[in-house]
Unconditional design. Structure first.
Ligand code: FAD
Length: 292
């Protein structure tokens, strides 16, 4: 199918994007990599009257940059550029570990990191990783900028918290601390497919205990972030980790049945993947703590 007719806009500066959105508001959609938006338009699930194409903005960075304790990613940074970035590998290892799970190489060559966050797909990897890392986004409009914590970015399936006149100019990923460890796990039927369930883990050592935060994808309308009770060293020699994850899965996740998986299967995956991610992240936090 072909999209419904629309007016195409090709701004060359961020200010021109602000002005177009101030004038057009909810009539307009931003086009970045097009890997999600174009199929949606082709299937006529959305029919915006105007498309604002970011791809001709001048002076945009092509790769991630370091800024005040964060690795920042601008609106035209492709997912493949983040995947290959040494800066990301060194400073945001969880993001580096996750990139390989996002779609296929051809899609990552065109798709943007900012677009994936703006798209707010509850089955996407990057929103869950941003949430568990307590990252943030910078939204802008003709009237100014505001920083939104990751926990307030996602309102529902494919629904972000931007106003109609706002767009995202940056996603900010916190640089990992020396005593932290991370892990990402997911299960998809085929490599590159959206996962049936996935989970990102962030672990921190404090004395004899380890605190672990989990960010689940595909298990609710938005990424679900939660923190396990502090785990002592003995937890890793028994089933205490599995029990703690099971309590989170039963109490806080809300998976649905669909043609790909039943609630029972998704719940099983959430328990198994969650426990594996906790153990891997905690082991890395242990090693990191010894090295620092
Ligand atoms: C076959 C296939 C498999 C895929 N598998 C996965 C997968 O496993 N995991 C995964 O996470 N993704 C997957 N994707 C999606 C892919 O990662 C997309 O690239 C990504 O979700 C959107 O990025 P984009 O730059 O292409 O955005 P676009 O498609 O251009 O835009 C997506 C949405 O975000 C909005 N938007 C984009 N940029 C901005 C901005 N700067 N400010 C405000 N709004 C903005 C657009 O208006 C639109 O609503 C898959 C896609 C395909 C086609």
């Amino acid at each position: 199918m072909k999209p419904a007719p629309f007016t195409y806009h090709r701004p060359e500066t961020r200010g021109e994007v602000d002005a177009l959105l101030a004038e057009l508001g909810s009539e307009a959609k931003i086009l970045a990599g097009g890997q999600s938006l174009i199929p949606i338009l082709n299937m006529r699930l959305s029919s915006p009257a105007h498309l604002i194409d970011l791809n001709h903005l001048h002076d945009e960075t092509a790769g991630p940059a370091l800024d005040d304790g964060h690795v920042t990613v601008g609106p035209l940074v492709r997912q493949s550029s983040v995947e290959r970035s040494e800066l990301v590998t060194e400073r945001v290892p969880l993001l580096a570990e996750t990139m390989d799970f996002v779609a296929h190489p051809a899609i990552r060559n065109r798709g943007t990191v900012v677009g994936s966050i703006a798209h707010a797909d509850p089955a996407a990897e990057l929103p869950a990783v941003l949430a568990v890392l307590r990252g943030e986004v910078v939204a802008r409009s003709a009237t100014g900028r505001r920083t939104i914590p990751a926990g307030e970015c996602f309102r529902g399936p494919l629904e972000n918290s931007l106003e109609d006149t706002e767009w995202l100019e940056e996603v900010r990923w916190p640089v990992a601390a020396a005593d932290q460890g991370f892990a990402f796990e997911e299960f998809a039927r085929r490599s590159g497919d959206y996962a049936l369930c996935g989970v990102a883990a962030r672990a921190e050592r404090a004395g004899d205990t380890t605190t672990v935060a989990l960010g689940y994808l595909g298990m609710g309308d938005v990424p679900v972030c939660t923190e396990l009770p502090p785990l002592g060293a003995s937890a890793f020699e028994t089933d205490e980790v599995e029990d703690a994850v099971a309590r989170v899965v039963e109490g806080q996740l809300d998976p649905v049945d669909d043609i790909h998986a039943t609630v029972a299967f998704r719940t099983h995956l959430a328990r198994r993947l969650g426990a594996t991610a906790v153990r891997r992240a905690a082991a890395k936090a242990d090693t990191a703590g010894q090295d620092s």
